[in-house]
Design a protein around this ligand. Sequence first.
Ligand SMILES: Nc1ncnc2c1ncn2[C@@H]1O[C@H](COP(=O)(O)OP(=O)(O)O)[C@@H](O)[C@H]1O
Ligand SMILES: [Mg+2]
Length: 260
Amino acid sequence: MPTDASIRREDSPLLELKGVGKKFWSESGTTVAALSGIDLEVRRGEFVTLLGATGCGKTTLLNIVAGIAEPDAGQIRMSDDVAVGRNVAYVFQHYTLFPWRTTLSNVAFGLQMRGVPRRRRKTLASELLAKVGLTGFENVRPHELSGGMRQRAAIAQALAIDPALLLMDEPFGAVDDSTRIELQQMLIDLWQDKRMTVLFVTHNIDEAILLGSRIVVFGDRPGRIVHQFEVDLPRPRVRSLPRFTELFLDIRNALSAGPE
Ligand SMILES: Nc1ncnc2c1ncn2[C@@H]1O[C@H](COP(=O)(O)OP(=O)(O)O)[C@@H](O)[C@H]1O
Ligand SMILES: [Mg+2]
């Protein structure tokens, strides 16, 4: 099974940001530096968690990487297989399934857009639904699913296109604690199986440590990277290890202290 250590550091990065910045104008006419001077390299197969308080520009960064938002400073380089918007999937905090489609046809949607024949779509979507634990729910509509099940379906929908890069914006922020633990474990299993590169936003330190091969800590005003931590804990990760607590405290300090 692949491990965090098997991420190939010698490869050219999948994604490279240099000096990326983005300002917004607020309604009162003042400018908000949502992001400033972001330098970030993401290697193929990494699971990077972006950690920071609300308002430090995490969503803006994902939107820029997804090609939804335009940076007003800096450069972004992507390897050919993830040239902006292609082979990039996005999972949001609040599910974004089509309410009129069944679970199966929601998951098959991206395949339909890519012209995959109906029978093949159905097979692939069913396989993915099995992987996210939704076998038996193929023909129900999103409103009949629980919040956790909708996020499972949204993850299956995102993975259906076999993305090289998966962007996730606080995807488990709105579910209860026990569901969150199940979804975190499921996501790690999928990552270890498929080896897609993941950029995962959270404001929860525990979640960042449980999931990430690397944790990128953000500060605000302006939104910027204040620290990065490689996570050297074995998987599956357990909170009871002293190293977990040590890392937790280091990260909490980085979050409150700002830049080194
Ligand atoms: N479309 C927008 N118009 C104006 N201000 C925005 C817009 N999007 C984000 N901002 C501001 O930019 C900052 C960063 O926002 P965001 O990227 O959503 O942060 P996060 O996801 O970390 O909570 C915040 O101060 C937010 O209010
Ligand atoms: Mg956000």
